[in-house]
Structure formats: structure tokens, C-alpha cells
Ligand binder design. Structure first.
Ligand SMILES: *Cc1c(COP(=O)(O)O)cnc(C)c1O
Length: 386
């Protein structure tokens, strides 16, 4: 069998080991040290503006701390984009609060500003103003942040930007992660750069960032002994992982370039086929194209080929592909949650497929994917069944 073609696998640049070796040489085998400081610095410089950064051991931890900073308590309501990975919403439940899910819009597949405002109005009328809004830049495509932050401001609700998939993406030249009140990043193994596992919390609010750092290191008050006036967490990033991150930051821009090239290659190679749709990049938007996604409409596609027929054909060639995120309001675990919207997210889930998108994919890897998809589209169903 041919080597597996992965959806998105780690892609080291070569300098990571140098920083990891420094951690060993200095005996900084701990959740603090020069690499953690250095990685935070690299992120601040990359993201620009006046942002401050605290490096954490996951993106999920960063969302959890963001909600704590915004004083989310048991019984509170938090608005969250439905079309996302479950880690966007789970920390709401960690705190005993309730997620209110919102549909996507068609231009970016992210939080729909109209349904957002409808939900806020309706929740306020029901006697409960939402405590926060979690918006996601899905697959690296920036959400409609100007509209969303304008609504959030009007009602005085802070915005948490889940930029786990969108490091390097930007809107009108401003980097994702710095567009809301608090931003979060992930450096999990499948993201655009990795620290094996890790995350970061970003904000211009120095007090929040310092409080996040304090809570993430077990909330130790200033005293010679261990004194605690808050419940703490063990959420800091390891100095070894941060060393990997420093090496990865050196190649981030080339990784983005390659992922965008993957997208262009797929789109161009499949341009002659009806019923396939690739999400365009709106004007003034810049997406890192973390994953290339494609909608397959079987009512328009050649031979009526469906998403799952393409997915199974790829699997036969040892190629990993995956349906888009299943919306949270359709997940069994969130069956009792409120939802505002229509069927945009549901349709994306029904028709969408994520294609292999790693920055380490070769021309041959991409060719295998295209040949499999083209071959499937060219197979008439009547003959397939014999
Ligand atoms: C990966 C991801 C997260 C979680 O990040 P971890 O570092 O894996 O905890 C959160 N939200 C989205 C949208 C993600 O893709």
C-alpha cells in the first residue's frame, strides 16, 4: 500500500531541535524558562499591535481561562458559533454555564451576525444577557469581525476569538487573534504550526493576561509559602514544547504559503467539474487555508457523485479526508442547548469535505488526491454497481 496521505500532519523546520537542546543544556525542563519567554515574544512580534500573550498547554485551556477572566459562572449563558470543533464550546460547560449556539453565514462559514443579534435580543428579553461571545475563524477563514464586534459593543458583551485554526490569517491587515477582546491560539499537532500540544491567550488588556498567567500557574499569591486566594490551574506551556514553537515560528510564513498553494492547486485541478465549490477569499480577507475544504453537491456533480463517495474512494487510496465539523447544535452532548439560525451549518456538514492540506504534502501526494477525485467523478453510477 502507498504511504498514507494525512489531512494535516506536523511539519518541522529543523531549528526546533536547537531550542529543545538548549532547554536540556540549561536544565529548563519545566513549565517555564527561556523558550516560554522567547515563544511568547515571537508571538507578540508576529501578531503585532499592542497585544500581550501567555503561552499555555492547550487551546482548550486558553478558552477556559478566557471565560474565567470574563467572570462566567454557573447558570450564565455564553454565545458560541455552532459550526466548530467541540473544544470551542466545552469550556462553557466546565464552568457550569450554558452554550447558546448560532448558525453560520455563507460568505465565511462563521458566526452569522444577524442571528447573533437576534439571539442577544431574545436572551435579554428572556431575562439573561449572555456573558460572552465565542467566534471561530473556521479552517483559517476570518469571521465577519467588524459586524460582530459592532453588535457586541452595542450590547456590552465581550468577544472571545477562537483563532485556533487561524494563526497567520488576517482581516484588513490585522491578525486573527487580535480582533476581539481576548483571542486564543492552538499549537496542537494538526494545526498550522505545532508545539506537539499547546495554546496561547492573547489580549491588549494587560490585567487579563497577567491574571491568566497567574491562574495558569496554580494561582500562587505573593508569599514565601504557598498562599492561595483563588482556585488555580496547571495550564502553562512546557519549556520543551515552547522550544518547538520557537523553531516553528521561523517557518510559519512559508507554511501558510504552502497551504494556500494546496488550495489553489485543488481548485484549479477540479475547475472543469460542476457541483464542486471552494470558498473564495473575500476582499480584504487573508486566510491561512489551514485546511482546504470543498462542498460537493450531488444534485449538480458529474454522475451525481456525493461527498461520501469521494471520501471512501480517497480512503481506498490510503488518503485521509474528513467531513466538515459537525455543528454543535446537532451533537448528542448538546441536544438540550438553545440554537438560533437556519440550516447553513447543517448543509455545510452534509456536503463538505476537508482535503489533505499539510504543508509537507508533495506534488505526488496532491496528484494522488486529484486522480482519485477525478476518477470517482468520471465513474457512472450504473456501471459502478456491477
Ligand atoms: C484545535 C481547536 C481547538 C482546541 O485547541 P487544543 O490546543 O487542541 O486544545 C479549539 N477550537 C478550534 C476551532 C480548534 O480547531
Amino acid at each position: 500500500m502507498r504511504d498514507k496521505v494525512w489531512l494535516s500532519s506536523p511539519h518541522l523546520g529543523g531549528d526546533e531541535i536547537k531550542f529543545v537542546n538548549e532547554a536540556f543544556a540549561g536544565n529548563w525542563i519545566a513549565p517555564l524558562g527561556p523558550n516560554v519567554d522567547g515563544f511568547e515574544n515571537d508571538l507578540v512580534n508576529y501578531l503585532g499591535g499592542n497585544c500581550k500573550v501567555v503561552a499555555l498547554n492547550s487551546g482548550t485551556a486558553a478558552i477556559h481561562l478566557s471565560l474565567i477572566l470574563l467572570d462566567v459562572r454557573p447558570g450564565d449563558e455564553v454565545i458560541c458559533q455552532s459550526m466548530t470543533f467541540s473544544a470551542s464550546a466545552n469550556p462553557i460547560v466546565y464552568l457550569g454555564a450554558k452554550p447558546i449556539f448560532i448558525d453560520s453565514e455563507e460568505d465565511t462559514w462563521n458566526l452569522n451576525p444577524d442571528y447573533l443579534e437576534e439571539a442577544i435580543k431574545h436572551r435579554i428579553k428572556s431575562g439573561k444577557k449572555p456573558k460572552a461571545i465565542i467566534v471561530v475563524h473556521l479552517y483559517g477563514m476570518p469571521a465577519k469581525m467588524s459586524e460582530i464586534t459592532a453588535i457586541a459593543k452595542r450590547y456590552g458583551i465581550p468577544v472571545i476569538e477562537d483563532a485556533a485554526e487561524a494563526l497567520g490569517s488576517s482581516l484588513y491587515g490585522q491578525k486573527c487573534g487580535t480582533l476581539g477582546d481576548i483571542g486564543i491560539l492552538s499549537f496542537n499537532g494538526n494545526k498550522i504550526i505545532t508545539t506537539s500540544g499547546g495554546g496561547a491567550l492573547i489580549s491588549e488588556n494587560v490585567d487579563w493576561v497577567e491574571k491568566a498567567r497567574f491562574l495558569a500557574t496554580q494561582a500562587r499569591d505573593a508569599a514565601p509559602h504557598y498562599e492561595h486566594s483563588h482556585i488555580g490551574y496547571n495550564y502553562r506551556m512546557s519549556n520543551i514544547c515552547a522550544g518547538i514553537g520557537r523553531g516553528q515560528m521561523m517557518v510559519l510564513n512559508s507554511r501558510i504559503k504552502k497551504r494556500r498553494n494546496n488550495f489553489d492547486f485543488y481548485k484549479k485541478s477540479l475547475s472543469e467539474f460542476d457541483g464542486l465549490f471552494f470558498l473564495p477569499e473575500p476582499r480584504a480577507y487573508f486566510t491561512n487555508r489551514w485546511l482546504t475544504t470543498m462542498l460537493i453537491d450531488p444534485s449538480k456533480s458529474k454522475n451525481g457523485i456525493s461527498r461520501d463517495e469521494i471520501r471512501l474512494a480517497l480512503a481506498k487510496e490510503n488518503v485521509e479526508s474528513r467531513p466538515l465539523w459537525k455543528p454543535m447544535h446537532l451533537q448528542p452532548v448538546f441536544a438540550d442547548s438553545l440554537y438560533y439560525g437556519g440550516d447553513v451549518a447543517e448543509n455545510l456538514f452534509a456536503l463538505g469535505l476537508c482535503l489533505p492540506s499539510g504543508s509537507n504534502l508533495t506534488r505526488e501526494n496532491l496528484q494522488v488526491v486529484i486522480e482519485s477525485i477525478v476518477g470517482t467523478l468520471n465513474t457512472a453510477k450504473s456501471t459502478k454497481h456491477f
